[in-house]
Design a protein around this ligand. Structure first.
Ligand code: ZN
Length: 256
């Protein structure tokens, strides 16, 4: 059975029931949040990103066809990197392109994201998914030219707004069997299926937990399928995963 959670303006977490009523929780659901008794019809207006991660872990080149489209080999072990918490963008928000003298190519990368529910340190592959609270959606926005130029990816992937996240967290899904589609201005650009991952979600969590303690509320972006391509100011991005939700954000001009 799956349950949906979101976070509203002001920071309150809500649990969304079958009748689309949003029940206010007294704290984050992965910290045992209980209903306060207050409820109202659920609306996407004013939603915040559904988690407040201490860190956002990501994996590069986790789909064969995407590694190939950028001329890269498939890695032998997960290629991990970070995005800072300040890169998180709420659903229906907009991120600004960097000025053209900084970057001339910013791509979308549509990804399935895991939200950690229990502290994970040195967990086994068999136990890894017990530490995941649920699934949400994310874009790993990337300044492709800076990624090449800098040699490491902090600036290319870490700018403000470069991690749109949400709109809801859904529990009880099989994270190894989710389909998702990315549209830009209504046109399909990426079609993904988590079955095609090189390293499955449980392997990613177990591997990362050998080096970093994953905390409740932390977010793990699981990689992007092929079809990454440059964005322009005014573009409208949609990440649509029928079982998880629909994440919509916009691209704004630099300096906005
Ligand atoms: Zn990515």
């Amino acid at each position: 059975v799956s349950t949906r959670y979101a976070r509203r303006a002001g920071g309150t977490y809500v649990e969304i029931d079958d009748r689309a009523l949003a029940h206010v929780l007294d704290r984050a659901p992965w910290l045992g949040g209980a209903r306060t008794g207050e409820s109202s019809p659920f609306t996407e207006e004013g939603l915040l990103a559904p988690a407040e991660p201490s860190k956002i872990l990501c994996v590069g080149r986790n789909y064969k066809a995407h590694a190939k489209e950028l001329g890269n080999e498939v890695p032998k072990e997960p290629l991990l990197f970070w995005k800072p918490p300040s890169s998180v963008l709420a659903p229906r928000g907009a991120f600004a392109l960097p000025p053209p003298n900084v970057s001339e190519r910013v791509d979308q990368e549509a990804e399935i994201a895991l939200v950690i529910g229990k502290t994970a340190r040195n967990v086994s592959v068999a136990d890894a998914l017990d530490h995941v609270f649920g699934v949400t959606l994310a874009f790993d926005v990337t300044a492709r030219d800076l990624q090449k130029k800098d040699g490491q990816w902090t600036r290319a992937k870490g700018m403000d707004g470069f991690c749109p996240l949400g709109p809801e967290i859904v529990t009880g899904l099989d994270v190894g069997a989710l389909k998702f589609t990315c549209r830009v201005n209504g046109e399909t650009r990426q079609e993904g299926d988590t079955r095609d991952m090189i390293f499955a979600p449980a392997e990613l969590i177990a591997y990362a937990s050998r080096f970093f303690t994953l905390l409740p509320g932390d977010v793990f972006l699981t990689g992007t399928p092929e079809g990454v391509a440059p964005l322009a100011a005014g573009d409208e991005l949609e990440l649509d995963a029928p079982e998880v939700g629909l994440l919509r954000v916009k691209v704004a001009a630099s300096g906005t």
